[in-house]
Design a protein around this ligand. Structure first.
Ligand SMILES: CC(C)NC(=O)[C@H](Cc1c[nH]c2ccccc12)NC(=O)[C@H](CCCC/N=C(/NCCC(=O)O)S[C@H]1O[C@H](COP(=O)(O)OP(=O)(O)OC[C@H]2O[C@@H](n3cnc4c(N)ncnc43)[C@H](O)[C@@H]2O)[C@@H](O)[C@H]1O)NC(=O)OCc1ccccc1
Length: 222
């Protein structure tokens, strides 16, 4: 079966990584405008680097959970396209061979001057020179609000060719990811969401499986 799976912060919650909209979520402690926009980075790059250095430390201290591992099993049994909004590497450490990080990755750095990318050190600062052009315009390789997500052609193609589309642990209010289920439904795919509670775009799904992902995903994959 051709399957496209979209994951969000909820799949990494049980690995101890904060989600965005929970009461103790990331957006409770930081204004999106300050830490996840190009304008915020231009205003205060040191603040933004501190924010992502802390998330990079949290991600490396975390372990993949049963939901990440179950999706690696699914990839062995089916033609799976795994798309994540998450910037952690728990899918890869959970055994998933090929993950599309549509919002970028904590593991990579990007030079805003020459566009080159390289493996990010644990801690980055505005003074870090680009190893390619030497200029100090280094940023995390993360897609911020107002920026175009990565590999969108490949994602739309996978969705249009899918028999089944599943969204796991995402609240469905950030676009274009929140529009994938509707697009999949229009392309004839069956749509299912696995979440703690119904998402903002719940109407786009044929059915939903409620509960913690580390329990529902292995059950669903079986
Ligand atoms: C706020 C929203 C309204 N704004 C947008 O959508 C904007 C603007 C916009 C575009 N189109 C629109 C249409 C309508 C309205 C607005 C827009 N979109 C953009 O700016 C996008 C880019 C958006 C990407 C921003 N970057 C992120 N992340 C990286 C940074 C970082 O990580 O720091 S978004 C970030 O927030 C989103 C958070 O959502 P979730 O992952 O779902 O997390 P959340 O906490 O919300 O929910 C967790 C869920 O899990 C569940 N859960 C919790 N625990 C568990 C558990 N244990 N088990 C199961 N489930 C669980 C909970 O119940 C909950 O449902 C993710 O996408 C995440 O990646 N870019 C763009 O449109 O570019 C254009 C363009 C076009 C041409 C040329 C140039 C540009």
């Amino acid at each position: 079966m051709r399957i496209t799976v979209l994951t969000g912060a909820g799949i990494s919650a049980e690995s101890g990584i904060a989600t965005f909209r929970a009461s103790d979520g990331l957006w409770e402690q930081h204004r999106i405008e300050d830490v996840a926009t190009p304008e915020g980075f231009a205003r205060d790059p040191a603040l933004v680097h501190r924010f992502y250095n802390a998330r990079r430390a949290a991600a490396s201290a975390a372990e993949p959970n049963a939901a990440h591992i179950a999706l690696a099993d699914l990839a062995r049994a089916h033609d799976l396209t795994l798309v994540t909004q998450n910037v952690d590497d728990l899918h890869e450490r959970g055994g998933s061979p090929d993950v599309i990080h549509m919002h970028g990755s904590l593991a990579r750095a990007l030079c805003a001057a020459c566009g080159e990318r390289w493996d990010a050190p644990d801690s980055m600062s505005p003074e870090d020179p680009c190893p390619f052009c030497g200029r100090t315009a280094t940023r995390p390789d993360i897609v911020w609000f107002g920026e175009m997500p990565y590999q969108m052609e490949r994602i739309w193609e996978a969705i249009e060719g899918s028999d089944l589309f599943a969204a796991i642990g995402t609240s469905g209010n950030v676009y274009p990811a929140a529009g994938f289920a509707q697009h999949a439904a229009h392309s004839g795919a069956e749509c299912v969401e696995l979440n703690l509670d119904a998402s903002f775009n719940a109407r786009d799904f044929d059915r939903r499986i409620l509960g913690p992902a580390s329990q529902t995903v292995p059950e669903w994959v079986k």
